[in-house]
Design a protein around this ligand. Structure first.
Ligand code: NAD
Length: 275
């Protein structure tokens, strides 16, 4: 969003007015929300899905096959996924959403698995695709949570593996705090892979929040991943006003074109700085 561009300033003012008039705000965030925290999106140029075939790495059966046949390649994928999350911190966008709670009832519904909304201080966060910090049984039952430091330990262990000759045993030892697919009682990260059910009760809470909000702020999502992408449709058909913040995807909503870290603080300040 360019400062001084009259049309974009008008849109910011309109959005600030919508935010002031709203009682219940739902923020629906996707990978772009955390891009400025150093976590790349998957679909944008250079993203994970341009380097790793989602057919193979986005499903549990694909990951199990990769573990058995190409443990070195799986180690590379896990590093690409875990390393940015393990070292990330909330960006000004996350922090301004936490600040928004001083002014309005805010529910965050996120597709992200990086824990950054909570780290920024947001109080109500529904993680519809689960969390990289949850460890679950193969049927999804909660086992324990890990800290960001423990994730950093897994990343360090993966980094120590010999690049060209990783054995399955070495890989298993490196990821043991979060994943043991061949153990007697196997466990895995509590994130939703392709074809898996949405995380509960987060999804039910998210649907209810979308149906009851009067304003939805959609931030940094291409809205191509279903059923998560149904949430803006639910909110809109229940009569909510819609604002989108994204540098590339705007749709029919009031579109504040720009990055989350830049636009969200300006929006929250414009709505409430003098309130
Ligand atoms: P997506 O469908 O959520 O799309 C990414 C969107 O972010 C695009 O519209 C892009 O224009 C926008 N974007 C890029 N930089 C931005 C910025 N600085 N500010 C605002 N918007 C920006 O993402 P995907 O990458 O295809 O992800 C698919 C699934 O994987 C989603 O569930 C997503 O949440 C998850 N994922 C999570 C993380 C994370 O936890 N941080 C990272 C990557 C992917």
């Amino acid at each position: 969003m360019n400062h001084g561009d009259r049309a974009s300033d008008d849109r910011l003012r309109q959005a600030a007015q919508l935010l002031r008039s709203a009682r219940r705000v739902v923020v629906f965030s996707g990978a772009g929300m955390s891009a400025e925290s150093g976590i790349p999106t998957f679909r944008d140029a250079g993203g994970v899905w341009s380097r790793f075939d989602p057919e193979q790495f986005a499903t549990l059966s694909g990951i199990m096959t990769a573990a058995a046949t190409r443990p070195g390649r799986l180690a590379e994928f896990l590093l690409a996924l875990l390393e940015p999350i393990a070292r990330a911190e909330p960006n000004p966008g996350h922090r301004s959403l936490a600040r928004l709670e001083n002014h309005r009832e805010v529910t965050i519904v996120t597709q992200n698995v990086d824990g950054l909304h909570q780290a920024a201080g947001s109080g109500t966060v529904h993680e519809v695709h689960g969390s990289m910090f949850d460890v679950v049984t193969m049927s999804g039952g909660p086992l324990r949570t890990v800290t960001r430091e423990e994730l950093q330990g897994v990343v360090a262990a993966l980094r120590r593996l010999p690049v060209d000759a990783v054995s399955l045993d070495e890989l298993a030892a490196a990821v043991e705090p979060i994943m043991a697919l061949a153990a007697a009682e196997p466990y895995r990260p509590g994130i939703v892979l392709f074809g898996e059910a949405m995380s509960e009760p987060a999804w039910s809470h998210a649907l209810a929040a979308a149906q009851q909000c009067d304003l939805m702020l959609t931030v940094g999502t291409s809205a191509e991943v279903y059923p998560a992408a149904l949430l803006p449709l639910e909110a809109q058909s229940a009569g909510a006003r819609m604002i989108t913040i994204d540098p590339a995807h705007g749709g029919q909503d009031l579109w504040l074109r720009g990055t989350a870290g830049e636009v969200l603080p300006r929006l929250v300040d414009a709505a409430f700085a003098t309130a």
